[in-house]
Ligand binder design. Sequence first.
Ligand SMILES: [Zn+2]
Length: 316
Amino acid sequence: MASARPKTPSILKSLAGIRFIERGWLSANNIFIFNQDELHIVDTSYDSHRAQTLSLVQQHLNQHPQSQCVSIINTHLHSDHCGGNATLQSAFPQIKTYIPQASCEAVKNWDETQLSFIPTGQECSRFQFDQALQVGHQLTLAQRTWDILGAPGHDPDSVILYNAQDGLLISADALWQNGFGTIFPELIGESGFDEVSQTLDLIESLDVQLVLPGHGPAFSDLASSLHTARSRLDYLAQDPKRNAKHAAKVLLKFRLLDWQSIRLDDAQDWIVKTPLFSSIAKILGMSLDEIKKWAPRALIETGGARLSGDLLINQN
Ligand SMILES: [Zn+2]
């Protein structure tokens, strides 16, 4: 199976000291916060795209020869947001890594269950951290000050970053232009719908001019995106089976974006071995044998994949 070639990043250059790099759905977007001397990198994308992440950083440093790579800031530790951490840490030994306070213990012990890599069947090279991002505190990056805000719902540990001066919000997977990230806690019997709602209320209370999300394009029409997100949340919260079905398709699609094509049997083996599918199957009242057949079919029905002989092939 061939790993996906990363898509060509689209780079927003219009904001002084901010470079928003739209990557794709396998790899979360990168945000470079910089001045002449410093470069800070918010989120580092997925493990298999680490070479592209490193080359984007190197390109930036070539264009700003005085610049030092100072820090990595992770909004949360899903594998598509911190997969390049290890590579950047070895390329720039002086770099400091900031992660949400709530995730520090899990990283210290490299607890891959707590870090979601085992439950989701995803991969992430081991990295270290230097400092915790504490909710309610501020962070100054290249002379720009950011409020660190808690944003549970998609991930209980996630933070988002708000720069009040220019009305900039780094929203991670708490809000995209057309939705938000999968509500994982609900899959394992924990609360997530209420937290998504509270996080959307928090975002609405801020004076935001531009949102820099974890996936998809940057956007300014916050009211419209909040409306879309709340409708989506209502739809999912009305019947937790909807959230579970959506999660099954997202988890399989994510892996398929990396594999590009895989034998259907192998995809089904991966489903059976991936713990979150057992939780999802329970919510849906399916056996593991049923869900391993249902999930690829459901993804094909929505156009996210196709079958060719015994191969399951990614389709955009
Ligand atoms: Zn996420």
